[in-house]
Design a protein around this ligand. Structure first.
Ligand SMILES: C=C1C[C@]23C[C@H]1CC[C@H]2[C@@]12CCC[C@@](C)(C(=O)O1)[C@H]2[C@@H]3C(=O)O
Ligand SMILES: O=C(O)CCC(=O)C(=O)O
Ligand SMILES: [Fe+2]
Length: 382
């Protein structure tokens, strides 16, 4: 682990009283910085060498389209990401969560640090969890909500947190419904309408299906030197699927399987971005690869995004769906729960999927030796 990581963890108790401003670069108030500090300067080659290629666009899918399932299937196989329209989430709710997010991040640093994520924790205010894998810091701040909203909101706004909580709860409820619907469309496109492996997901009532989720608010202040900064480094999400609402400022980029370069996902008013996550990659036995994505920053505009990170109940074992496995298609991943997977991700980051991969040597003489989950090639050995 980079040496910087160990030096940036503050004891939780130190924020409780009156923490000094800018205690450490990790909690630098980015919106007040006029010049990019060395701690946040990624080598320029990291950004420049990877030419962006916008020749092809991420698919936009109308959920009212009668061919929605097929279109989703194609998007999941080839991109791992698509935008959805006619998703029934009211524009007013998207605007409200954006407003509440902006309000949160514009609080003074001392106030945000009252809700700081503890060193081993998941929820609260802080830098991206994956920061510890990089020697440079990212140009962003985040707020993760897992479980009780009010617990954290109370720390931020001791006297007036109801509005924030109401908006978050309404958003979570609407997203849970949409996530369940999207998951069944994605599974449907794999030919799966019900499955013994997916009892938890059986949709009796739209509001009554058993997934769980985290909500991540991301803030990317305008940056004095955007070409050398990184908003959120390249990663895949440890989810079944993620629903991302990006404000009207672009920044999200995705990598496409087997191709060089980054493709920008342009913000489209009212549309939501859907990512295939690592757990769907596992469920689909690698047919729907999770999408590698990142966020870049810009010189003039502050950007906000809200990610609804959807997964199964935390202790349900996830493994390649039985219907997708046979003697010609052996299971490529071992069973794992969402919580175990998050632990694996925290330890192995981009090698997490590989670390749960089973090495298969079927009798046809092929062995899957790929040690990188972004590659689904099967190589001949011996
Ligand atoms: C349920 C999740 C999923 C987490 C961890 C935990 C809560 C916060 C999520 C994120 C959100 C930002 C990118 C990411 C990579 C990160 O650093 O924190 C995500 C991570 C993951 O998808 O692995
Ligand atoms: O801000 C974005 O566009 C990406 C956010 C993201 O990837 C995440 O929260 O997991
Ligand atoms: Fe992500």
């Amino acid at each position: 682990m980079p040496s910087m990581a160990s030096s940036v963890i503050l004891p939780d108790a130190s924020f409780k009283s009156q923490p000094p401003l800018n205690v450490h670069k990790k909690y630098l108030d980015l919106s007040s910085v006029k010049e990019l500090p060395e701690t946040h300067a990624w080598t320029s080659s990291k950004l420049d060498d990877e030419e962006t290629c916008d020749a092809e666009n991420v698919p936009i899918i109308d959920l009212n389209d009668e061919n929605a399932i097929e279109l989703i299937g194609r998007a999941c196989r080839t991109w791992g990401v698509f935008q959805v329209i006619n998703h029934n989430i009211p524009k007013s709710l998207l605007d409200e969560i954006e407003f509440e997010g902006k309000k949160l991040f514009s609080l003074p640093m001392q106030q945000k640090l009252r809700a700081a994520r503890s060193p081993d924790g998941v929820s609260g205010y802080g830098v991206a969890r994956i920061s510890s894998f990089f020697s440079k810091l990212m140009w962003s701040e985040g707020f993760t909500i897992l479980g009780s909203v009010s617990e954290h909101a109370r720390l931020l706004w001791p006297n007036d947190y109801n509005k924030f909580c109401d908006t978050i709860e309404e958003y979570q409820k609407a997203m849970k419904r949409l996530a369940g619907r999207l998951m069944w469309l994605m599974l449907g496109s794999l030919g799966i309408t019900e499955d013994d492996d997916l009892k938890w997901a059986a949709q009796k009532e739209p509001d009554d299906q058993g997934g769980s989720a985290a909500l991540q608010l991301n803030s990317y202040p305008s940056c004095p030197d955007p070409d050398r900064a990184m908003g959120l480094a390249a990663h895949t999400d440890s989810t079944i699927l993620t629903i991302l609402h990006q404000s009207n400022t672009s920044g999200l980029q995705v990598a496409r399987e087997g191709r060089a370069g980054w493709v920008t996902v342009p913000p489209l008013a009212g549309a939501l971005v859907v990512h295939v996550g690592d757990l769907l990659h596992i469920l689909s036995n690698g047919l729907y690869p999770s999408v590698v994505h990142r966020a870049v920053v810009n010189r003039t505009r502050h950007r906000l995004s809200v990610a609804y990170l959807y997964g199964p109940p935390s202790s349900v074992k996830i493994s390649p769906l039985r219907k997708l496995v046979d003697k010609y298609h052996p299971p490529l991943y071992r069973p794992i729960t969402w919580s175990e997977y998050l632990g694996t991700k925290a330890k192995h980051f981009d090698k997490a999927l590989t670390s749960v991969r089973l090495l298969c040597a079927p009798r046809n003489g092929f062995v899957d030796t790929s040690n990188d989950h972004t590659s689904s090639t099967v190589q001949l050995v011996g």
